[in-house]
Design a protein around this ligand. Structure first.
Ligand SMILES: Cc1ncc(COP(=O)(O)O)c(C=O)c1O
Length: 359
């Protein structure tokens, strides 16, 4: 037996991994194929047409050479979408990558990232991967962020999500501004779902604050989760640090071209789909209430529904061919399931399954 094989056999190799990684499991929500998959808050209305055309055209011609170092054309298109300058934009391989890069850029191992509870499940994992302490601060009873408690945590980094995943609720402008006044460190405001909220958010204001980064994505309203394009907007000096941490060549050439096409030509398509989501969200909430459920009022493209036993409900719905996202014992809420809002036929399908399972 060679030396290498022996190490693997005895399991010693795990000792060679970074200490911070040892407790981390691979991200593994049940994503096995399902007839109606309304579990991940993507756009369920199809492909933005100009993006599809650009992607097909670019697919082969971009294969053999490296893409642009820092996706300059995409940055320009995003800058005009966000009404900021290109130096105030950084892109990445999904907003997951942008969040991870930002955390790595600003926090040393052993420092703290604070975030509301509940919020986006990946953030504590990114914190852990970067050897940070994670401080969770419960949302208020009205699902707002607790600005005082977050500021009092003294954390080097504060993560906020608005509309928040999984509650679908907004962080109030007053609370965000208060936090920006009081926070000793950097505030990362994740607006992945902002397009569904009918509110402007902080995107174009971000460069005016000294320590604010607003993170967004093309995975949700723009319907391009498979492209893996995320971005952050903020003051140019902060953005430059995230760009160092992110490194070059993170966005493939074909993804960049499709994303630019979506941003410049597909806006009418995207806006129509957002209007569909807003309409179906209200219809879905009403239908869920008729089933005796109490969905939390949402400003996003999903609704969170408190239930007695989320895992059992998710399993039963899966048997009916419907995938939703279960959450166990969320802070202040208890068990709940998250349902993405899609075309009405899909919602009817899901409601029929729910009716059957709850009967
Ligand atoms: C709040 C929030 N931020 C970021 C992401 C990551 O999205 P992506 O990496 O596809 O941009 C998600 C995905 O579900 C999300 O819910």
């Amino acid at each position: 037996v060679s030396f290498k094989a022996r190490v693997v056999e005895t399991g010693d190799s795990i000792q060679l991994a970074r200490r911070a990684y040892r407790e981390i499991a691979l991200y593994s929500p049940d994503r096995s194929p399902c007839r109606v998959d309304i579990s991940d808050n993507t756009n369920l209305f199809g492909i933005p047409p100009a993006a599809e055309r650009a992607y097909r055209e670019a697919a082969v011609s971009t294969l053999t050479r490296y893409p642009q170092l820092y996706a300059q054309q995409l940055k320009s298109a995003l800058a005009s979408y966000a009404q900021v300058s290109a130096a105030e934009v950084v892109t990445g391989c999904g907003s997951d990558d942008v969040l991870d890069s930002a955390i790595r850029a600003f926090a040393e191992p052993g420092e703290t990232i604070a975030l509301p509870d509940p919020s986006f499940a990946m953030v504590p994992i990114f914190g852990q991967m970067n050897a940070l302490n994670v401080a969770k601060v419960p949302l208020t009873q009205s699902f707002d962020i607790d600005a005082d408690a977050l500021a009092a945590s003294g954390a080097k980094l504060i993560y906020l999500c608005s509309p928040n995943n999984p509650t679908g609720t907004l962080a109030s402008r007053r609370a965000v501004e208060k936090l920006l006044d009081r926070s000793p460190g950097i505030v990362i405001l994740d607006e992945a779902y902002a397009e569904f909220s009918s509110q402007e958010g902080f995107l174009k204001l971000a460069p005016r604050f000294e320590r604010l980064l607003v993170v967004r994505t093309l995975s949700k309203a723009f319907g391009l989760a498979g492209l893996r394009i995320g971005y952050a907007v903020g003051p140019a000096p902060l953005v430059a640090e995230v760009e160092k941490s992110r490194g070059p060549y993170k966005v493939s050439g074909s993804a960049e071209r499709a994303a630019v096409a979506a941003l410049t030509e597909d806006r009418p398509w995207v806006n129509a789909r957002i209007a569909d989501v807003i309409q179906n969200r209200a219809r879905l909430a009403e239908a869920l209430q008729k089933l005796g459920l109490s969905p939390i009022p949402s400003l996003s493209n999903f609704v969170l529904v408190p239930v007695k036993d989320a895992m059992a409900l998710a399993r039963a719905l899966r048997q009916e061919g419907v995938a939703i996202r279960p959450f166990q014992q969320l802070q202040g809420i208890g068990d709940a399931v998250r349902i993405s809002v899609g075309p009405w036929e899909m919602m009817e399908d899901a409601l029929a399954a729910l009716r059957k399972v709850l009967a």
